[in-house]
Design a protein around this ligand. Structure first.
Ligand SMILES: NC(=O)c1ccc[n+]([C@@H]2O[C@H](COP(=O)([O-])OP(=O)(O)OC[C@H]3O[C@@H](n4cnc5c(N)ncnc54)[C@H](OP(=O)(O)O)[C@@H]3O)[C@@H](O)[C@H]2O)c1
Length: 279
């Protein structure tokens, strides 16, 4: 077991509630693996306490933190420096504190998604990609796909939200929610960023009958691991990429900033986190 000394580097994840977060498991797995003198802890923080907790963490020498619902926008407001991705999101999920007392922030979800595709041998550059959904995750996924030269089309149950997203991104096409499955043959990659298919949500049948045999199907929902969309795609013999990879890859940047090692996402880590999701 890795022991924590007085020189330990400390990071945290802040949310309300926070018990469901898999981030402590994931980061402490890496701390063990790389024998780093450090810890990563969950902090249940109410919205009204968020700013003072960040101040306190900085005063106590924390290296930084992840933030999750409901703090992503408040964290953005706290930052002294944010990158282009965070500006497009208007929110951040990763903060790191520098020696000069400044707060840096970014949003790592979209980059984590693209890294997960790359890991599965999918290069998004030049690909025609249909994104289902226009929520927070879609925003970050679509932005990073476009940054990596993919041609993005958005479809969403609420059309206005899709229109707003494409306007904010400055590029991209829109398809009506009722007709995306008829147009599916035109796309190289399909990604579900809606919560459809998530455990505990309503059943939904994804219609893939117009998919080309080369369509790559991905889902960012990761509970269950094989979502209804991925199951339908596998039944047709299509290549699929699961959402767990995104969760693991989005954590790498924070870990690198706080603990000084770019950690590896591999099958041992994937199985470790997947097993925790079954409990
Ligand atoms: N793998 C990862 O690391 C990762 C990271 C972030 C999020 N996620 C997952 O991604 C999913 C979305 O998260 P989010 O933060 O983007 O949520 P969000 O901002 O609330 O957006 C939800 C999206 O789902 C759509 N939707 C919900 N119910 C629907 C229904 N019955 N029919 C059609 N569309 C429906 C919404 O459409 P409307 O606009 O019409 O309401 C919207 O596009 C969640 O399941 C979350 O767990 C995974």
């Amino acid at each position: 077991m890795q022991l924590i000394t007085g020189k330990a580097k400390i990071a945290a994840v802040l949310g309300w509630p926070i018990e469901h977060s898999r981030s402590p498991l994931l980061h402490n797995f890496w701390l063990q693996r790389y024998q780093i003198d450090g810890a990563y802890i969950p902090l249940a923080v109410k919205s009204e306490d968020f700013k003072s907790v960040i101040k306190g963490m900085m005063a106590a020498g924390f290296k930084g933190c992840n933030v999750t619902i409901p703090h992503k926008e408040a964290a953005y407001q706290c930052c002294d420096y944010v990158d282009e991705t965070a500006k497009k999101m208007g929110s951040v999920n990763t903060l790191w504190f520098t020696q000069d007392g400044k707060i840096h922030g970014t949003s790592t979800d979209g980059a984590g998604f693209v890294a997960s595709l790359n890991d599965s041998g999918v290069n998004v550059s030049g690909k025609k990609i249909l994104v289902l959904g226009a929520g927070g995750a879609a925003r970050s996924v679509a932005y990073c796909l476009q940054r990596d030269s993919a041609q993005v089309t958005i479809t969403n149950r609420t059309l206005k939200r899709a229109e707003q997203l494409v306007q904010d991104l400055g590029e991209g096409d829109i398809l009506e929610w009722q007709s995306w499955n008829q147009e599916l043959g035109k796309f190289d990659v399909l990604v579900n960023t809606t919560s459809l298919g998530m455990e505990g949500k309503e059943d939904f049948q994804f219609d893939l009958k117009n998919a080309s045999p080369d369509l790559i199907v991905t889902d960012i929902v990761y509970v269950p691991r094989v979502t209804p969309l991925l199951a339908a795609a596998q039944l047709k013999g299509l290549k699929t990429v699961e959402g767990l990879g995104m969760l693991l890859h989005q954590a790498r940047l924070g870990f690198t900033q706080w603990f000084g090692v770019d950690p590896k996402v591999d099958s041992e880590l994937t199985e470790f986190v997947a097993n925790s999701l079954k409990k």
